[in-house]
Design a protein around this ligand. Structure first.
Ligand code: HEM
Length: 471
């Protein structure tokens, strides 16, 4: 090769590399977009996004401000940490800001509630609310949860238990048993094993290549669909009656809430998925925080309730409503552990953030192009020193002050038309777990519980082992 040819070759390689590195920037280039970097083609900045988590976002914030762009999990994303803009986004689905979870999640979870909008969303949400909304909890579900927690927490005395494993079981089986009341334990166990494989795949790169979490997740989805179709078929063919969600979904006479079989299946997957990690992780983290901050153990509240009861008498709605300090502990745990770091939206048209969004003039002129994702990142707001004095301190008492739970910038359960319909059910499950746990047992952290991950999932990779003794 001559010197000239060598120069051409080097020049070509250099240009090719430059084109590869800058491909995303060129491809998505538009005037008026927020600052930020789009990383490499296809993978964008997925790896640092997943690996560094909150640190990646903190760095972005200090470099670009409260609103910046990146490319992660298969699409360009605008990350917003501005509380007013976040609220605006969640309250304005009709302007073209629909739920926009990553492709991996959409493909594995199917046409779930996040995938439907307008009138269909209203119908599906109405059906869900009739199953799990506050009225259903008060009238039907609370006794079932009470029964479940009591028997689940039986017999722990003298054992060392992995609280992570147990809280995962509590969250999953309490939901699955509400959906199908009388399937044998062997069915419930194998259903959980398949569901868990599916759930792991929801947060991965959506490449269907054997060996990847996404591939395993898609395969698990197929198996789950077969199981659920069989269950529905069995129910339709039987004349026996049941008192569970599946029966309610199949037999509802309310025309506004009638769902076909595919919609029933999606509804079941939605119920299991949405009420799973949120409830299990919060419950686990509560025990961890109470362990580290024993002065907040609100046992007096629970013993006061117990003293008014006959032996074996159930907790009722009024008792639950009297657990105000427990509620404060739950909310403080959710804030500090950031069980939900944020929620995602997708733009169905160009969104111009040029309005006076409750005084957010500083964002004047930014455009979020059609088809992009918006990560409404609420984790930073959870640590806002104006809203939460000494934000890094575990202080449940702050939630007893008037107004914090209903503050516009508290988005622990979302906001707007998608605000969590399972909030009260989730709080009831966690509160009743705490009730029976603190009135029955004391616990001590076992050796080797050092590691706790907070992103992308709150997780104790080696478990959270506690030595349990009778109180
Ligand atoms: C207790 C812990 C929980 C937390 C922190 C939580 C949080 C949230 C948040 C932040 C959203 C908004 C998502 C968005 O805007 O895209 C949401 C929506 C939702 N949650 Fe929960 N959730 C919890 C428990 C539950 C439970 C127990 C269920 C059901 C059994 C449930 C079912 C749902 C459903 C179906 C939606 C979607 C609503 C819609 O799109 O209209 N959640 N949740």
């Amino acid at each position: 090769m001559t010197v000239t040819e060598c120069c051409y070759a080097v020049g070509f390689i250099f240009c090719a590399l430059f084109a590869v590195v800058k491909w995303n920037t060129v491809r998505y280039s538009r005037k008026g977009m927020p600052p930020g970097s789009l990383g490499y083609p296809f993978i964008g900045e997925t790896l640092p996004f997943l690996k560094q988590g909150p640190l990646f976002i903190k760095r972005g914030r200090s470099r670009y401000g409260n609103l910046f762009k990146t490319h992660a999990l298969g699409s360009p994303v605008v990350i917003s940490m501005d509380p007013d803009v976040n609220r605006y986004i969640l309250l304005n689905e009709a302007k073209g800001l629909v739920p926009g979870y990553p492709d991996s999640m959409r493909k594995i979870l199917g046409t779930n509630i996040a995938e439907v909008h307008g009138a269909v969303h209203k119908r599906v949400r109405g059906s869900l609310l009739s199953l799990i909304g506050p009225m259903a909890v008060k009238d039907r579900l609370l006794p079932e949860v009470d029964e479940f927690m009591r028997s689940f927490l039986d017999n722990w005395d003298g054992k060392t238990v992995d609280l992570q494993e147990k809280t995962v079981e509590i969250a999953f089986f309490s939901s699955l048993k509400a959906i199908v009341e009388d399937e044998p334990n062997s069915f419930l166990e194998s259903f959980k094993a398949i569901f868990d494989k599916m759930a792991v795949g929801t947060l991965s790169l959506p490449f269907k290549i054997p060996g990847t979490e996404f591939y395993r997740g898609m395969k698990a989805r197929e198996k789950l669909l077969t199981l659920l179709r069989d269950l529905i078929g069995k129910r339709r063919a039987s004349s026996a009656t049941h008192d569970d969600f599946l029966e309610h979904l199949i037999k509802t006479e309310n025309v506004n809430q009638k769902l076909d079989d595919d919609e029933i299946i999606e509804q079941i997957i939605t119920l299991l998925y949405s009420g799973y990690e949120t409830v299990s992780t919060t419950t686990m983290m509560i025990i961890k925080y109470l362990n580290d901050n024993p002065s907040f153990l609100q046992e007096a509240e629970h013993f006061a309730i117990m003293q008014k009861k006959l032996p074996g008498e159930r907790i009722n709605w009024d008792d639950y409503k009297n657990m105000s300090q427990t509620r404060a502990v739950i909310l403080e745990t959710m804030r500090l552990a950031s069980v939900i770091s944020g929620v995602m939206r997708r733009t169905t048209n160009d969104i111009e953030l040029n309005a006076n969004i409750d005084g957010a003039y500083h964002l004047l002129g930014f455009i979020i192009p059609k088809g992009w994702r918006v990560y409404v990142y609420t984790r930073e707001i959870n640590f806002d020193p104006i809203l939460y004095e000494e934000p890094s301190t575990f202080n449940p008492r702050r939630w007893l002050e008037k107004g914090l739970e209903t503050h516009n910038h508290n988005m622990l359960f979302g906001a707007g038309g998608r605000v969590c319909p399972g909030k009260e059910l989730g709080l009831v499950k966690i509160s009743l777990f705490i009730h029976y746990f603190v009135t029955k047992y004391r616990w001590e952290e076992a050796e080797g519980n050092k590691k706790l991950m907070k992103f992308p999932r709150v997780l104790a990779p080696e478990g959270l082992h506690m030595k349990i003794t009778k109180y």
